[in-house]
Design a protein around this ligand. Structure first.
Ligand code: TXA
Ligand code: MG
Length: 324
């Protein structure tokens, strides 16, 4: 099926396509999603086909408010409740025991379902007008950089989907933080737009389980993921030797300071002010920009490990893995 893809801001048009079992691009505060009626396996199947996504990689279910979560999970623990009240709507996904109404295709046969309430006004309005939740992964081909505006989605998926709901550039810029529970302990499976510090403030100490094996619990945790096509190299500033840079047509993604020996137009500062949230917001667009430019290699540096810096470094490490 080939579509004349439209980018627009029409909620009723978006709703119409979703009710017909089509898939559409939607904005969230983290990254753009590729959404389908989560209760309709035929519609959900289209997501896997368009993204070229393996079936073992489950999807996140998006709902309009925390009150709706009860419809899809058999149990909400007091800890989960506390997190929901503190951070939803927001960049947090909870893994909860699933009810039968959620198709196995959505959860890849797991007995938990990933649920979140996205904090974006257009999408919250859309969700409140629908009588089903939306399954939505990031709207990029599997393994590539997540889209942070409607044009990123268009560039890669035009012709494959009928509509992209344009909600501007995303506010957070990194995917949601994925949190599960084991024996009353909070486990972080994917670093993301909600920092560990913020979570620990509410729950106390958490455990990190960021899988990098070939059979990950959360495939966003695959060793290579979120990756540009070009070679990305992480180096301490002091390790960047002049010779190395001069022999290559290099580009760079940096925090708040340019470096010498790379042409300034090939360098992108993620936050001139040195604000880590702003850096997170700009990261994926910068990776795309250099991936689509004429540089042959992209250098980057380790970011400060404060706040969202941990998640930025996580994405950079996965983007830097070779043999993708
Ligand atoms: O910010 C986000 O979370 C964005 C926006 C669109 O909401 N979505 C997103 O989806 O990043 P996706 O599909 O790119 O990543 C979802 C991750 C995958 O790594 C998947 O393996 C994990 O969530 N996941 C989903 N259900 C799971 C489950 N039941 N158990 C463990 N991991 C799960
Ligand atoms: Mg993704």
């Amino acid at each position: 099926m080939w579509y004349n893809t439209i980018i627009g801001t029409d909620i009723s048009e978006t709703k119409k396509f979703l009710e017909q079992g089509e898939i559409v691009g939607i904005p969230t505060e983290t990254v753009y999603g590729l959404a389908a009626n989560a209760l309709n396996p035929d519609a959900v199947l289209k997501i896997f086909l368009v993204k070229n996504r393996p079936h073992f990689d489950p999807l996140i279910v998006h709902v309009s408010s925390i009150h709706e979560i009860d419809n899809y999970t058999t149990h909400i623990s007091p800890l989960a409740h506390r997190l929901m009240r503190a951070f939803m709507p927001g960049p947090l996904t909870l893994l909860l025991p699933k009810k039968k109404i959620i198709p196995d295709l959505v959860t890849s046969g797991l007995d938990t379902v990933a649920i979140r309430v996205p904090n974006h006004q257009l999408t919250l309005e859309l969700l409140s007008q629908l009588n089903f939740p939306l399954a939505a992964p990031s709207a990029n081909p599997f393994g590539y950089i997540s889209p942070t505006n409607a044009y990123h989605v268009y560039d890669q998926l035009h012709g494959r989907i009928p509509y992209i709901l344009d909600g501007g550039s995303t506010e957070v810029g990194l995917e949601s933080t994925i949190v599960g529970f084991e024996n009353n302990e909070v486990i972080i499976y994917r670093l993301g737009g909600l920092s560990i510090d913020d979570i620990e403030y509410v729950t106390g100490k958490v455990k990190l389980q960021l899988n990098t094996s070939s059979n990950p619990k959360s495939p966003g945790m695959l060793k290579s993921h979120y990756a540009p096509k070009k070679h990305l190299i992480i180096r301490q500033l002091t390790e960047l030797t002049i010779d190395e840079l001069k022999t290559k047509n290099a580009g760079a993604i940096l925090f708040n300071q340019y470096i010498q020996n790379i042409p300034t137009p090939n360098q992108i500062l993620l936050s001139e002010k040195g604000n880590i949230k702003e850096a997170a917001r700009n990261l994926f667009a910068a990776m795309r920009q250099l991936d689509n430019s004429n540089v042959s290699v992209i250098y980057t540096i380790p970011f400060p490990e404060t706040g969202l810096g941990k998640a930025i470094n996580d994405r950079l490490r996965r983007a830097a893995v070779e043999n993708k």
